[in-house]
Write a protein that binds this ligand. Structure first.
Ligand code: NAD
Ligand code: UDP
Length: 351
């Protein structure tokens, strides 16, 4: 008995969100690369709440330590600053390999680094999966379909990607990452899962990453005009983050080794989407009793980024049949939550 320890509180676990107590036989050791990013931090929250042991690897290029600070000190949680371009060794049962910047602004900031992250980073993590016999899930993307000639996009479509354009570092990086994944699967028997993720939004999406959801909401909240690139006829389908996290976890724990689209199949032209966001922001402001100072305008024909895909909508029949997964959040529901989140950030002065 050491009297000096008498004052230490052993109930400090109560300061964490309530974590399920799993028996060791069902508790998994899970590695999440890119776990400090937008998708990763939601995934880590969910895995922690489910009672698993989670290790996060992140170089904090676009992710932030604060996104997971509420878990620091929990015995089931560990966060390591590490760049996946370097090998890493750890014993684990499952790997969610998410590390890679996702917004055009960030992945084009250093195109060569983006390709290295996708290629060498994925090679390293697949090597780890092979050695530890961990199940490996990669977060691939709808960008593997490029500017598609087939609509909606089914997993059997091979895509239409410009291999030398400004988006290629990301698109081709993910394509080669998928090739590596199936190479390790066929050659070495690595147990793999491939999620092709379509445009996803939600809190705490980086407000400066230039993506359409954050741009439009912030513009509308500030009373600025909404900037539509080109004629606004290009389409996208937007899924809310909680649906994506459900999809990733179901896919990881399924027997589906083929690529799987995870997305919301409601498709909008960007012009329609601008109107929808303006409408949602106006409604939220009205509910909060904010007096309108005039309607924000939608400005068309702002310079169109090179190789911007013209159409995008997932065919999600495989996810429905094989995983019994489908999106549950309507775009309007998700946008309302997003608007309230950014509004609160603005009110506290952090945006
Ligand atoms: P994000 O930029 O918020 O997160 C990426 C995370 O990876 C960040 O924490 C970043 O610091 C980390 N990272 C980047 N390079 C790294 C490296 N070399 N080593 C270690 N860590 C590194 O992006 P996100 O939206 O959370 O996307 C996560 C994954 O999902 C990415 O693989 C992305 O390609 C994929 N994805 C996202 C979307 C979307 O709409 N958000 C759509 C399709 C695919
Ligand atoms: N976009 C736009 N205005 C903006 C930001 C984006 O019109 O302020 C368009 C962009 O050209 C693209 C679509 O919205 O056609 C989605 O862009 P985002 O960068 O969010 O995603 P991605 O192009 O990677 O699908």
């Amino acid at each position: 008995y050491y009297p000096e320890t008498a004052s230490i509180s052993y109930t400090s676990l109560t300061r964490f969100p309530p974590v399920k107590l799993l028996p060791p036989s069902t508790r998994k050791r899970i590695l999440v690369t890119g776990g400090a990013g937008f998708v990763g931090s939601h995934l880590v929250d969910r895995l922690m709440l489910l009672g698993h042991e989670v290790t996060v690897l992140d170089n904090f290029f676009t992710g932030s330590k604060t996104s997971l600070s509420h878990w620091v000190g929990h015995p089931n949680f560990e966060m390591v600053r590490h760049d996946v371009v370097e090998p890493f060794m750890i014993e684990c049962d499952q790997i969610y390999h998410l590390a890679c910047p996702a917004s055009p602004t960030h992945y084009q900031f250093n195109a060569v680094k983006t390709i290295k992250t996708s290629f060498i980073g994925t090679l390293n993590m697949l090597g780890l999966a092979k050695r530890t016999k961990a199940r490996f899930l990669i977060s691939s993307t709808s960008e593997v379909y490029g500017d598609p000639e087939v609509h909606p996009q089914h997993e059997d479509y091979w895509g239409h990607v410009n291999p030398i354009g400004p988006r290629a570092c990301y698109d081709e990086g993910k394509r080669v990452a998928e090739t590596l994944t199936y190479g390790f699967h066929r050659q070495d028997g690595v147990d793999v899962r491939v999620a092709r993720i379509f445009n996803t939004y939600g809190r705490p999406m980086n407000p400066n990453d230039g993506r359409v959801v954050s741009n439009f909401i912030i513009q509308a909240l500030r009373g600025e005009d909404l900037t539509v690139y080109g004629d606004g006829k290009q389409t996208r389908s937007f899924q809310y983050i909680h649906d994506l996290i459900d999809g990733l976890i179901v896919l990881m724990n399924s027997n589906e080794t083929r690529p799987c689209n995870i997305g919301n199949s409601d498709e909008f032209t960007i012009g329609e989407f601008a109107e929808l966001i303006r409408d949602v922001v106006e409604r939220v402001q009205q509910e909060d009793g904010v007096k309108p100072v005039g309607r924000v305008q939608i400005l068309y024909n702002k310079p169109m980024p090179t190789d911007d895909p013209q159409k995008r909508r997932p065919d999600t029949s495989r996810a429905k049949e094989s995983l019994q997964w489908q999106s549950r959040w309507t775009v309007r529901m998700g946008l309302e939550e997003m608007v309230r989140y950014y509004k609160a950030k603005m009110a506290e002065g952090s945006l």
